[in-house]
Design a protein around this ligand. Structure first.
Ligand code: SAM
Length: 225
């Protein structure tokens, strides 16, 4: 029997309309959806009248869940992986499953769509021809080393950040990288979407003037030659 296909389906990063026809059709066609948060995904599925069995697949169970999903794929079932928001595998689970699927020659197909860092980068006004995506910085161990390694980075730097650490991260950008131009993109595609641009010290003042809420992407100018 030929194996099923593993689809990596990108879903909205906020606005539920940001989903492709192909993503909807793929979710309608698969046998099973492996979702990071089944309750959150159900909201999306209900909106598009998709009724499919779901299993949870998130960072703490991804290794344990992988053999079970691989065995279903080998039995000919097709599976869509979706994360809470954006593209699975980008600061979200999928990597172990993709690698395990490829080891078994299971077809892996991307269904492209939103990713928060691409949206932030393209509205940043900073060079997009060459950039480095760092995702979430290490919270403790390795954080200082990471900042030090970014000091000589000439490409635009893109980071993910939570509201709890946004002020700390902007402060550290100022300390380690100097008063660089940064762009803080918050709640993209949502009601309170906001993009703040400027030298990091000014942006820091704006961001810390109210209590930070929501999801953030930080885009930092690379070192000028
Ligand atoms: N897989 C997702 C993607 O493709 O963008 C990223 C998942 S990661 C766990 C979640 C982080 O993405 C948030 O902490 C935030 O940094 C960023 N993010 C997600 N949605 C966002 C949005 N609507 N606006 C700004 N940042 C967002």
């Amino acid at each position: 029997m030929s194996p099923g296909t593993l689809y990596l389906v990108a879903t909205p990063i906020g606005n539920l309309e940001d989903i492709t026809y192909r993503a909807v059709n793929t979710l309608l066609s698969v046998d099973l959806i492996a979702a990071e948060d089944t309750r959150k995904t159900k909201i999306l599925l209900d909106r598009y009248k998709i009724n499919k069995p779901m299993v949870s697949y998130y960072s703490f169970n991804e290794r344990q869940r992988t053999p079970e999903l691989i065995s279903k794929l080998l039995d000919g079932k097709s599976i869509a992986v979706v994360s809470d928001a954006g593209t699975p595998g980008i600061s979200d689970p999928a990597f172990y499953l993709v690698r395990a699927a490829l080891e078994k020659s299971i077809p892996v197909v991307p269904i492209p769509g939103p990713s928060a860092f691409i949206s932030a980068l393209v509205v940043s006004g900073l060079p997009t021809d060459s950039f480095v995506f760092e995702g979430f910085l290490p919270q403790k161990k390795g954080r200082k080393t990471k900042w030090e390694s970014l000091q000589s980075e000439t490409r635009t730097i893109v980071l993910y950040e939570s509201p709890h650490r946004i002020v700390k991260t902007l402060t550290e950008i100022s300390t380690y990288l100097g008063n660089r131009h940064v762009v803080v993109a918050r709640e993209l595609t949502k009601k309170f979407e906001e993009v703040v641009r400027g030298p990091v010290q000014d942006v820091l003042q704006t961001v810390s003037s109210k209590s930070p809420k929501g999801e953030y992407v930080v885009v930092v100018e690379g070192l000028k030659d």
